[in-house]
Unconditional design. Structure first.
Length: 198
């Protein structure tokens, strides 16, 4: 056999980064989030099993205005990595509080272009954030492939991220993902958002 080539097409771009000096705002942000939850105890139920989620616009509440502006700036920095040729709208941003044994089932974000999450409080063993390959046929195919080949070529059918406080990730909204169960007595807290290309 001659001219053998290995080419890997159609990757999904995932961008991540850390908010500088996040520890300076973390405690105040957590306090505001719990205060918001106290005023709005009814949870939205979308992908969460247990725990609490605000409505889709929860983080747009006036009490978060200062933090919202900071987070928008961070989103703007990360989104530049996609090299989009049009602007984006930020129509939804919501709060997630995953108490012990709660988790988020496999889901996508229909109607959005890219989505993201900022981790605010991440106790030990509070659950990984896991992406899955959207193509079920390839998922089956890759499950029968050598692990060494999968790792060398970034072809894993699922890929987990260990959340870190102050870290943000932005990903295509079609990419299936879930959050493992929180095994810690302390809450895992994050803010999620959707962006739509104009």
């Amino acid at each position: 056999m001659e001219n053998i080539k290995n080419t890997f097409y159609l990757p999904s771009q995932v961008v991540s980064g850390d908010i500088e000096n996040f520890n300076e705002i973390k405690n105040e942000l957590i306090e505001l989030i719990y205060r918001y939850k106290e005023k709005n105890p009814k949870s939205s139920i979308i992908s969460n099993k247990g725990g609490w989620q605000s409505d889709r616009e929860g983080f747009f509440a006036p009490m978060f205005s200062n933090h919202l502006e900071l987070i928008k700036k961070e989103i703007t920095q990360l989104i530049k990595e996609y090299k989009f040729i049009t602007d984006l709208d930020l129509p939804s941003m919501w709060i997630n509080i995953n108490s012990k044994y709660s988790y988020n089932i496999r889901h996508i974000h229909p109607g959005a272009s890219v989505s993201g999450v900022l981790w605010i409080q991440v106790p030990e063993n509070s659950g990984d954030f896991v992406f899955e390959m959207p193509d079920l046929f390839n998922y089956t195919l890759l499950s029968k492939t050598s692990n060494q080949h999968l790792i060398q070529n970034n072809l894993m059918p699922a890929w987990g991220i260990k959340p870190k406080e102050g870290s943000m990730v932005i990903f295509p909204s079609y990419l299936p993902h879930y959050v493992d169960q929180n095994q810690n007595d302390e809450d895992r807290i994050s803010v999620s958002f959707n962006l739509i290309l104009k």
